[in-house]
Design a protein around this ligand. Structure first.
Ligand SMILES: [Fe+2]
Length: 144
């Protein structure tokens, strides 16, 4: 079982909008974590609602992030879009399982989140933050 994810400075990308959206993703992940650790049995409905909420917000966030990358001519946009597409396909697998009424374990969902929030944000999204601050030094960065 993974430890609870805590949003701290390691996850800051340095772009206000992205950092706020990432923080919101952590909050949604936290709801899933809560389903895992409570002593009483959490109703399946609640777990599904937490996963669905996360899926919906993830899609919005990825679209926003890609839009910011596009508007700042980020050279790794296509590669990054590919990573997002992969993550979305994994999330949609969860979604399909939820829709089919299958037993979606919050542990699976949470492990996926740890992998994504842990590695993707700290590595790939940070690269964009660095690119953006570099551009800002040159007068054309993204600071929404
Ligand atoms: Fe990303």
């Amino acid at each position: 079982m993974e430890d609870r994810l805590i949003f701290d400075a390691r996850y800051l990308v340095g772009i206000g909008q992205i950092d706020r959206e990432h923080q919101k993703l952590f909050e949604l992940a936290d709801k899933i974590y809560d389903c895992l650790v409570v002593d009483v049995i959490v109703p399946m409905k609640e777990i599904r609602a937490a996963i669905t909420e996360l899926i919906e917000y993830t899609k919005i966030h990825f679209a926003n992030e890609e839009q910011l990358m596009r508007s700042s001519d980020y050279p790794d946009l296509e590669e990054h879009r590919g990573l997002h597409a992969y993550l979305i396909s994994r999330i949609e697998d969860f979604e399909k399982s939820v829709e089919r009424g299958e037993q979606v374990t919050p542990v699976d969902a949470y492990e996926f989140l740890c992998e994504w929030l842990g590695d993707h944000i700290r590595d790939k999204d940070k690269n964009f933050g660095e690119y953006s601050s570099h551009r800002e030094e040159q007068g054309s960065g993204v600071r929404p």
